[in-house]
Design a protein around this ligand. Sequence first.
Ligand code: GLN
Length: 184
Amino acid sequence: MTIGVLAVQGNFREHAAVLRRLGADVVEVRKPEQLDGLDGLVVPGGESTTFMRLMRLYGLDEAVRVFAGPVFGTCAGMIVLDRAHLGLMDVEVDRNAYGRQVASFEADLRLAGDGEPLRGVFIRAPRVRTVGDEVEVLAEHDGEPVLLREGRFLVASFHPELTEDTRVHELFLDQVREAKSVRA
Ligand code: GLN
């Protein structure tokens, strides 16, 4: 499996390390043509305004919009995919909506269908305000969705690449594997 990690800014090295640990081949994507032939794509956390600006500069916004495979966005990556930005996922997101004092925190999350708690690291995290009918909530924090799936899109408002727990990345790779077998 070859997974691209958008490497214009932010936590791309951490994502690449987790994916490699799980046996995937990783390509750091900085140009549109590097999306060709990828089985999946990760849009990491960072700073969404910087992200959008750099993506536009390199033509990566259009390239990601037409990329047909599974996409996994974390934190700023979730903002990039939402209704107000690339419009790929039917969610409405509020940037930095946890406020300044508690902007960064950790919390134990419960994954749908899994008894083992998952440690969520939230860093100036976006807050999901509205989700479309097709969106599936896979984990919540204080009753609000923090891990969501819609078709080939998976998004997290926290940072699974910053803990040793690889379950969220595994979930994404399962999605990639499934999409690959459907195409084959
Ligand atoms: N606050 C950042 C933004 O609005 C996201 C934070 C992150 O990705 N850790 O883009």
